[in-house]
Design a protein around this ligand. Structure first.
Ligand SMILES: C[S@@+](CC[C@H](N)C(=O)[O-])C[C@H]1O[C@@H](n2cnc3c(N)ncnc32)[C@H](O)[C@@H]1O
Length: 280
């Protein structure tokens, strides 16, 4: 896939998938590319690898813990398409495509599932075509947009999703990029308010509750190098995102402990809290 590189700020046509390749700023580490490195991907540059390795050095289990988050994503989507009978997904903070993206898991279980992906990093826009490979019965769309602008996301997502029917709002490993001063709770409430009863909210959020020293040092090294600073949050701060919703069992737990498929899964390292909740 073609890619334009630049040492300066990246610029793209917001919301557009076709057209000239987006400009990618390779001089500074970016969250999507650092995360790609931890997942064993190839869509990262020297600055990303440096930030990723520095964080790993402080907390060597981080790569496994990130895999636990991806495994949670797949289990949550299977739960939603199966038991919860959800057919629409709004996945904000998509990341660079990895194994088992939301549309692949959902459409494997329910081919008529409709997915809207949202990310603000132009590198993800480069992969939009892969994210748009829908089954003929379902649909996929990709929006270049920012979580800080929920109204723009809702307006554009309405091209593909029917907001009269339940939607699963997926916010996995993204809310840490919204600082307390930007009120991440208000952003989530605004999005949830637009969804009808029977909709779901899925959140995973990095924390230092499990490995206080290592994870804290790891995130400090990360924040010194990446373009978007991350805020770690504890159990109660993560649980607050679900205010007014009905948490599905087992509630807010470490990602490896959310309905694990096996004891082995459950024993894997976690660096994030997670939960799935239904809007009454
Ligand atoms: C750590 S990755 C998580 C990917 C995927 N959700 C997962 O859990 O495997 C976070 C993604 O969120 C995106 N992101 C960060 N801040 C964002 C924002 N304010 N609006 C939209 N996307 C954002 C990054 O570009 C990145 O692709």
């Amino acid at each position: 896939m073609g890619m334009a590189e630049s040492g300066g700020a990246g610029g793209t046509d917001a919301g557009h998938v076709a057209g000239a390749p987006p400009v990618i700023d390779t001089s500074t580490a970016h969250p999507a590319r650092v995360y790609d490195y931890w997942l064993g991907g190839k869509d990262n540059f020297a600055a990303d690898r440096e930030a990723a390795r520095q964080a790993l050095e402080a907390y060597p289990q981080l790569a496994d813990a990130v895999q636990s988050n991806r495994a949670f994503l797949a289990r949550a989507v299977r739960y939603l398409t199966g038991e919860a009978e959800i057919r629409q997904f709004l996945d904000i903070g998509t990341g660079i495509p990895a194994a088992n993206n939301t549309h692949q898991v959902a459409q494997r279980e329910a081919p008529d599932s409709r997915i809207v992906y949202v990310d603000n990093d132009p590198i993800v826009l480069l992969h939009a075509r892969a994210l748009l490979k829908s089954t003929p019965q379902g649909a996929c769309d990709y929006l270049q947009a920012d979580l800080r602008d929920p109204d723009a996301i809702l307006a554009q997502a309405a091209r593909t999703l029917d907001f009269g029917q339940p939607v699963a709002l997926m916010l996995l490993a993204i809310l840490q990029f919204i600082a307390d001063s930007e009120d991440p709770y208000a952003l989530v409430s605004r999005l949830v308010a637009a969804l009808p009863p029977g909709s779901y909210l899925v959140v995973s959020h990095p924390t230092d509750d499990f490995n206080p020293n290592r994870q804290g040092e790891s995130i400090q090294r990360y924040n010194e190098r990446v373009a978007d600073q991350a805020t770690l949050r504890g159990h109660d701060e993560t649980a607050r995102f679900f205010a007014g919703l009905e948490l599905v069992e087992p509630g807010v737990v470490a990602v490896a402990k959310w309905r694990p498929a096996s004891e082995l899964d459950s024993a894997r390292p976690s660096s994030m809290w997670c939960g799935v909740a239904r809007k009454p």
